[in-house]
Write a protein that binds this ligand. Structure first.
Ligand SMILES: NC(=O)c1ccc[n+]([C@@H]2O[C@H](COP(=O)([O-])OP(=O)(O)OC[C@H]3O[C@@H](n4cnc5c(N)ncnc54)[C@H](OP(=O)(O)O)[C@@H]3O)[C@@H](O)[C@H]2O)c1
Length: 270
């Protein structure tokens, strides 16, 4: 089944499923990226900070560029106007492509006025180097300011979101501003897979725990970018679109009620 897409405020669309590449390195990274694209994945997520642009670039080489969506992120230490431009230009060279579908601010940096970074993103958009702009790890107040001051549409907010960290109020806030939520660590880095509620639902519906987590997210119209390193898991994680959890199963996962933040709880804003 073709992977469904969602409209973005930029006028482009984003596929609901992407391959996360954090900690995919070396030849394995190139191999998995290519394998995912061959299997029908249409969206790859990387970041300058992951240090794997060249390997992702090797994975996408020779694949029709318009057939997949490519995101990278600029780190918080590079958010000055000229630095953002320089990182984007370097990322394109490393990836071996001439445009990004999405460029994100990876983490906010309170020491750099946001307007500077968004001006840079507007310049990059005008030059055709990026198609859509977005942010990551933005809480509602910061996102509100971003949307108000940015000359380019803020198309997505990529945040940690999984059954052990259900961020309903941020989801509603983003929805009200046409900012699509992208869930990173959608499997809670496997920690959600053994939760009793996930296991019970998995048993009832005859789907794997990973599929239950991913379906719970896409049913909420959230983009998911699970990382996987075997063909078997890549296939499993794609098979989430032609069935649904029941409303009662959704509600039971909503009610897990944990607030387990796995990624950088030391710097994440709440
Ligand atoms: N913007 C940000 O600040 C930020 C932060 C963190 C992550 N991200 C992005 O989000 C992506 C995903 O997050 P993540 O890598 O932290 O965690 P994740 O996708 O929740 O979990 C990845 C783990 O789940 C395993 N896995 C994958 N599919 C599975 C399946 N079907 N059954 C059982 N285990 C499975 C993987 O194992 P194997 O690899 O061994 O198959 C890996 O250990 C990252 O790769 C990155 O692109 C962004």
């Amino acid at each position: 089944m073709a992977i469904p897409t969602a409209p973005l405020a930029s006028g482009y669309t984003i596929p609901y499923l992407g391959l996360g590449t954090w900690r995919l390195v070396g030849d394995d990274c190139a191999r998995i990226v290519r394998q995912a694209l061959d299997l029908g994945y249409t969206h790859i997520d990387t970041a300058d900070m992951y240090g794997n642009h060249e390997q992702v670039g090797a994975g996408i080489r020779g694949v029709e560029r318009s057939s997949f969506f490519l995101t990278t992120k600029v780190g918080p230490e590079h958010l000055r106007h000229d630095d953002t431009i320089a990182v984007c230009e370097r990322s394109l060279r490393e990836l071996g492509t001439d445009y990004l579908d999405m460029l994100l601010i990876h983490w906010p940096n309170a020491d750099v006025p946001m307007a500077e970074t968004f001006e840079a993103m507007a310049d990059l958009t005008q030059r055709g180097l990026i198609r859509s702009a977005g942010v990551s790890n933005f809480v509602a107040a910061r996102l509100d300011e971003a949307v108000r001051i940015s000359p380019v549409a803020i198309c997505t907010n990529q945040v940690e979101f999984h059954p052990l960290l259900f961020q309903q109020s941020l989801l509603s806030f983003c929805g009200g501003r046409r900012v699509k939520v992208t869930a990173y660590s959608p499997l809670a880095r496997t920690e959600a897979l053994g939760h009793p509620v996930i296991l019970a639902v998995s048993e009832e519906i005859g789907r794997t725990p990973a599929q239950v987590c991913l379906n719970w997210l896409v049913q909420k119209a959230i983009i998911v970018i699970p990382k996987a390193s075997s063909e078997h898991r890549l296939r499993e994680n794609m098979d989430i679109f032609d069935w649904s959890l029941t409303p009662e199963q959704q509600a039971r996962i909503d009610a897990i009620g944990e607030q387990r933040r796995l990624i950088r709880p030391d710097i994440a804003e709440f």
